[in-house]
Design a protein around this ligand. Structure first.
Ligand code: HEC
Length: 134
């Protein structure tokens, strides 16, 4: 009977460990809910952000030459994936981010951020990349 008892307690310990792992994973998922951009590709996003020279106006980690030194420069994007609001007042969620990137003035009238002529798909990729910055 002894080995059986041992096996039982081993199983209980394994289950406890698994439960804990799941809890940690779930917490991680919840924290990342904001970063999931349907149809967004992080690598493509990085390439597009570089191509469109968003870095002229923004400091962007991982983007070459993105020093944000242009006239009309915007805030650094180094923690954009962690911020609760875009441009100070728009809830930082994927749909809002995509909209912001495409037509900033439609989301925040009078903003200094210019529309960059992005397609919806390009904005999705960019949003996916931006949410890795946290
Ligand atoms: C001509 C300069 C300029 C260019 C080019 C530009 N932006 Fe901006 N951006 C701004 C300014 C200014 C703001 C602040 C707007 C506000 O708060 O109203 C801003 C705000 C933002 C924000 C919100 C930041 C925050 O902390 O809330 C994001 C995200 C962003 N820009 C992404 C981009 C991306 C991606 C590109 C390239 C497609 C880009 N920007 C191109 C000037 C620019």
């Amino acid at each position: 009977m002894r080995p059986r008892l041992y096996r039982d307690s081993l199983r209980t310990a394994t289950q406890a460990a698994l439960t804990l792992a799941c809890a940690v994973l779930l917490a991680g998922c919840k924290d990342d809910a904001r970063s999931a951009v349907p149809g967004g590709d992080v690598q493509l996003g990085l390439r597009l952000v570089t191509q469109y020279q968003c870095g002229a106006c923004h400091v962007i980690p991982g983007v070459q030459g993105a020093d944000g030194k242009s006239e009309g420069a915007g805030p650094s994007l180094d923690y954009i994936g962690r911020l609760s609001y875009i441009a100070g007042g728009i809830p930082n969620q994927p749909a809002n981010m995509v909209q912001w990137l495409r037509v900033p003035h439609a989301v925040k009238p009078g903003t200094e951020m210019p529309p960059m002529g992005l397609t919806e798909q390009e904005a999705r990729h960019m949003a996916a990349f931006l949410y890795t910055l946290r």
